[in-house]
Design a protein around this ligand. Structure first.
Ligand code: FES
Length: 237
């Protein structure tokens, strides 16, 4: 099988003046493996290659990468699905976030925005003797929302986030915001909406849709953002 050229983004801030690109060939048999397998293999050849990973099965969200121009999780992306005619696999860090080293980005602002939406249940009523119950119908409303693994593939693909990462919450945070707005056990809907009501937090979304196109879990942040906008606009009238 024809070998595959892997083009890696490299940057070690203590050694390199600027980022550079490294081409490495790997055996063609990697076609049926995952992108993360390629990185693990390359790390055995060059231990300085730096990337994040943990679960290797699409659960922890730590190996979000830009692979041949698309954000995805390295561990669940098959090499052959990404290879074009050029037989080239280009692996870069997630865009729109400062690079710490090689494929590792600084996600401080991403998690700051996540914190802003108060990603926990708020309920002021007296604590019940057992758990807070929810009907199956209300529970079903959280499907498609709770599965987000915070990999940042959506947010880092969003031009509105690139320009305003301090002020725009971004698709991942807003998907989670909607998850709590939808939760029948949460009693802070009005307060949550009030915190989102400004020109940037939600309304900076321009409906571009990269978030939904790139979510490795098949979620739809753009739809959730649309629903929050509708709730906010209803509040205003
Ligand atoms: Fe955990 Fe890929 S290593 S999601």
């Amino acid at each position: 099988m024809e070998p595959i050229t892997v083009r890696l983004f490299r940057y070690h801030p203590e050694q390199d003046d600027k980022p550079w690109s490294q081409d490495v060939e790997v055996d063609g048999s990697f076609r049926c493996r995952m992108v993360l397998d390629v990185l693990e293999h390359l790390k055995t050849l060059d231990t300085t290659l730096t990337f994040r990973r943990s679960c290797r099965e699409g659960v922890c969200g730590s190996d979000g990468l830009n692979i041949n121009g698309r954000n995805n999780l390295g561990c669940i992306t098959r090499v052959e699905d990404m290879l074009g005619k050029k037989n080239l696999l280009e692996i870069r860090p997630l865009p729109g976030m400062p690079v710490i080293r090689d494929l590792v980005v600084d996600q401080t602002l991403f998690f700051e925005q996540y914190k802003r939406i108060q990603p926990w249940l708020i309920n002021d009523s007296p604590r019940p003797a057992t758990e807070r119950l929810q009907s199956p119908e209300d529970r079903a409303k959280l499907d498609g929302l709770y599965e987000c693994i915070l990999c940042a593939c959506c947010t880092s693909a969003c031009p509105s986030w690139w320009w305003n990462p301090e002020k725009y919450i971004g698709p991942s945070g807003l998907l989670q915001a909607y998850r709590f707005l939808q939760d029948s056990r949460d009693t802070a809907t009005a307060e949550r909406l009030e915190k989102l009501e400004d020109p940037f937090s939600v309304f900076r979304c321009r409906g571009i849709g990269n978030c939904t196109a790139y979510c490795p879990k098949g979620l739809n942040p753009m739809k959730a953002i649309g629903r929050i906008k509708a709730m906010l606009l209803r509040e205003e009238t």
